[in-house]
Design a protein around this ligand. Sequence first.
Ligand code: HEM
Length: 207
Amino acid sequence: MATKIGAQQGDKVYRFTPAERVAHWVHTVCFFLLLLTGLAVFWPGGNAIASLFGGVQVARIIHRVVAVPYAIVALVVLFGWAPEQAKEWLRIAWSWSKEDLVFIAGYMPELMGRHNPNLPEADKFNAGEKFNSVLTLVTGFGLVVTGIIMWFPHFFPKWLVRLAYPFHDLSWLGMSAMLVIHIYLSVIHPRMRAALEGMISGWVSAE
Ligand code: HEM
């Protein structure tokens, strides 16, 4: 029988199902490939990045090819394989309370590596993780919609195509800024990096 979310074993809690972990890593790999191939096209000094893919033209093609799994695979895995967890994630991500704002306001010392014992208790996802989830959903939607407009410009009015570029850029810039904090917390931060284990084995320290 599959292990239930929240099950405890010693000081570990079961946090993420295989579906959630697969969706997370598929999304991550696609995002990085899209960021690199997008930068190869976007950035005038991006020749070094473009050469990783065999030139700007190849980077353009890879960008369009990877865009398809980016838009579809993680959502299909999540909602097809673990619909209960997916719905729960959406529910928690979009329900904000006063405690969440207190959590965000008091998180600065934690971000700097000091412990703030006065942070409010969190649900399965704390306010920072909720913010990351909402940003991922909003910018992901924005990237897919603007990306399709940029990909097939002949089907859309000129003003919309012109508008799609800055919105595509705002979306990847916003998500990439969040990604820097996300990677810092999951790989470097002394207290939070234990959480990375949850996205690898599914089990995470109860603390
Ligand atoms: C379904 C998702 C996506 C689609 C369909 C898509 C499509 C496109 C298209 C058609 C272009 C124009 C490329 C060219 O001029 O040949 C483009 C540019 C770009 N994309 Fe995406 N993209 C998607 C997701 C992403 C993501 C997730 C990122 C970043 C993580 C990203 C970053 C970029 C960048 C940096 C550019 C260059 C923008 C510019 O020239 O102003 N894209 N994208």
